[in-house]
Design a binder for this molecule. Structure first.
Ligand code: IPM
Ligand code: MG
Length: 354
């Protein structure tokens, strides 16, 4: 197997280093290939997603990504900015299904800003559509209108087939879990999501064992804070999923804990932490590598179908947390604070000693 590693910007390289060590131990036969994306690629090639990276990504079996972005690129034209690199690789590889689990490790119940009884045992899966919606809809741009005033324009757009294919993924995920699926939309105001609700409802006849419900996105944002354990699987469009998945991450104590998988129709995937590049703490060895390490666990599970190895990683993470080790973002009283590198090494040691 051939894995393309794209460390990216900010804390990307340091967290990816830790995750790569784990792949090397678990799969010494895997070939690791490196490429550039985001600001790092812009610096080298004036392009956040150079053709060399595209070629490598197309021929890889799976992609591991760190994070992209830095404030220093904020003034560049939009198509040169690091985020564009991420959006382009999602499109190029047709990664329409983004899985973002929000699981609270019981050891971290204290790290959440919510009361422990609200979040303990939390295990939600957010299924976010990743290649459509207002992120990509045309027309878009900033244009002068008839009165000579500038207007910002974006278009929320979903075709039936786009909704259907992400719906199938979400229903199937629900079948493998608690058999509850909540579809999130804004059907009371937006036609694009009125169609979304209709298609999800139609699909549900193929999955009689799954209990489908619908919720408006504003209510969903509230319910996630009020009573998050009511949810099993949530499915939603690109923009709502972007927002709700950040919100859900904080239920678990830190966005530094959350992995993600972005999959195409054939389970080829790009795996990355749900968090960003955090340039303010880059290079200081204080970032939390766990989200990236758990993304490798997702890679074993979804792309390589090696559940065994995925569980080994998850167990090792649990063990290190049990032993009281914490990075800064999940630190609480009585625990031992360690850096990114040491966190990676401890998890690795637990995998080896298992
Ligand atoms: C995410 C990020 C990206 C998104 C940005 C960096 C383009 O926030 O993966 O959630 O909006 O999808
Ligand atoms: Mg986001």
């Amino acid at each position: 197997m051939n894995i393309l590693v794209l460390p990216g910007d900010g804390i990307g390289p340091e967290i990816v280093d830790q995750a790569v060590e784990i792949i090397k131990i678990l799969s010494p036969d895997f070939k690791l290939n490196y490429g550039l994306i985001g600001g790092a690629a812009y610096d080298a090639h004036s392009d956040p997603f150079p053709s060399d990276t595209l070629d490598k990504a197309l021929s890889a079996d799976s992609v591991l990504l760190g994070a992209v972005g830095d404030w220093k690129y904020d003034k560049l034209p939009r198509d040169k900015r690091p985020e564009r690199g991420l959006l382009r690789i999602r499109t190029a590889l047709n990664l329409f299904a983004n899985l973002r689990p929000a699981i609270l490790y019981p050891q971290l119940a204290e790290a959440s800003t919510l009361k422990p009884e609200i979040v303990s045992g939390l295990d939600i899966l957010i299924v976010r559509e990743l290649t459509g919606d207002i992120y990509f809809g045309q027309p878009r741009g900033i244009e002068k209108n008839n009165h000579g005033e500038r207007e910002g324009i974006n278009t929320m757009r979903y075709s039936e087939s786009e909704i259907r294919r992400i719906g199938h993924v979400a229903f199937k995920m629900a079948q493998l879990r608690g058999k509850k699926l909540c579809s999130v939309d804004k059907a009371n105001v937006l036609e694009a999501t009125e169609l979304w609700r209709e298609v999800m409802t139609d699909l549900s006849s193929h999955y009689p064992d799954v209990d489908l419900s619908h919720m408006y996105v504003d209510n969903a944002a509230m319910q996630l804070i009020r009573e998050p354990k009511q949810f099993d699987v949530m499915v939603t469009g690109n923009i709502f999923g972007d927002i709700l998945s950040d919100e859900a991450s904080m239920l678990t104590g830190s966005i530094g804990m959350l992995p993600s998988a972005s999959l195409d129709e054939n389970q080829k995937g790009l795996y990355e932490p749900s968090h960003g590049s955090a340039p303010d703490i880059a290079g200081k060895d204080i970032a939390n590598p766990i989200a990236t390490i758990l993304s490798v666990a997702m890679m074993y599970k979804y792309t390589f179908n090696e559940i065994n190895k995925a569980e080994k990683i998850e167990k090792a993470v649990g063990k290190v947390l049990n032993d009281g080790y914490r990075t800064l973002d999940i630190m609480s009283k009585g625990c031992k604070q360690i850096g990114c590198k040491q966190m990676g090494e401890l998890i690795l040691r637990n995998i080896i000693n298992e």
